[in-house]
Design a protein around this ligand. Structure first.
Ligand code: SF4
Ligand code: SF4
Length: 304
């Protein structure tokens, strides 16, 4: 039976204009954006999560690790463990010995029916607000078979679906996920091919081709445009993206997502390092960027 690897479910989320929603986040992503706020969504496997501040140094996990990736360190009165991520295989065997919650996992497997039962519990909210289900990640189309089956299940039950996508779909099945969803929250992370490759790890050729194709077939879209200092928010970048969207017919709105550090605390939980500096945007800067879109007749807002 087809199963999907889900790392987060948020009840009562919103997409402006599309009511109260439940958002499910699927693991696995072909991009590695430097500013990623969901690093736990990047890899396509369940991963070990470790929160050092919850560790009481009991040591129960040490003998559970088959590859000796866990080591105890003591600094005077207190002790805690450290995980050698170069050795750790994410087998997750150590979690069972930890009673404080310091060790846990990112990602659990669900069947379509199991996940649907969870989102269906919010049905009265969807019906009352013209809301529905948002499928994000990671990049949900990486788990194409599951995502398509889940979208169909929602549709059979008259639940609106929005797919939050980076638009990078290397297989026909992943492309079909975009076709199946009622609404696309389409991330556009810059038009310059070399800068896109440097900042996200992939070329934007396929992404932009898919973006135009979705417009051609009439798919309703909300563009999510991250403002990244020195990259996407330069005058030239903003003008080029605004020009592109001005020529499209099915982009309902552009949501400007100013770079934030909400996901920064999750990097050490995965043994990863967060390297992006996050500048504050002034009201004047944000207004200037908004005006580049609005003066072309594009509906635009800050945040989504
Ligand atoms: S998840 Fe990593 S640290 Fe935990 S038991 Fe497995 S290999 Fe060891
Ligand atoms: S079992 Fe949990 S609390 Fe105990 S040492 Fe290991 S991580 Fe820390």
């Amino acid at each position: 039976m087809c199963k999907g690897l889900v790392f987060h479910i948020i009840h009562g989320s919103f997409v402006d204009g599309y009511g109260i929603r439940t958002t499910v986040f699927l693991k696995g992503c072909p991009l590695r954006c430097l500013w990623c706020c969901n690093p736990e969504g990047q890899r396509s496997i369940p991963e070990l999560k470790y929160e050092e501040e919850l560790c009481n140094g009991c040591g129960r996990c040490l003998s559970l690790c088959p590859v000796d990736a866990i080591r105890m360190v003591s600094d005077g009165d207190t002790a805690h463990v450290v995980i050698d991520r170069k050795i750790c295989t994410d087998c997750l065997k150590c979690i069972g010995g930890c009673f404080t919650g310091a060790l846990d996992q990112f990602g659990k497997w669900y069947t379509v029916d199991e996940l649907f039962r969870i989102v269906r519990s919010d049905l009265p909210f969807y019906r009352a607000s013209n809301g529905g289900v948002t499928i994000g990640g990671g990049e949900a189309s990486m788990q194409a078979e599951f995502t398509r089956a889940f979208i169909r299940k929602c549709r059979e039950n008259r639940i609106h679906t929005a797919l939050d996508t980076c638009g990078y779909t290397p297989t026909p099945e992943s492309f079909a996920c975009m076709e199946e969803a009622d609404l696309l929250l389409f991330d556009i992370k810059g038009l310059d091919p070399a800068a896109h490759l440097a900042n996200t790890g992939v070329s934007n050729d396929m992404i932009l081709a898919n973006f135009k194709r979705m417009d051609e077939i009439g798919k309703p879209m909300i563009v999510r445009f991250p403002l990244i200092h020195g990259y996407t928010e330069t005058d030239e970048s903003v003008e080029r993206i605004a020009d592109l969207i001005a020529g499209m017919r099915h982009v309902e709105r552009v949501d400007l997502i100013a770079h934030h550090e909400y996901g920064k605390n999750k990097y050490p939980q995965l043994g990863m390092e967060y390297t992006m500096a996050s500048p504050e945007y002034t009201d004047e800067q944000l207004l200037r960027i908004k005006q580049e879109f609005s003066r072309r007749g594009i509906k635009v807002q800050l945040g989504g």
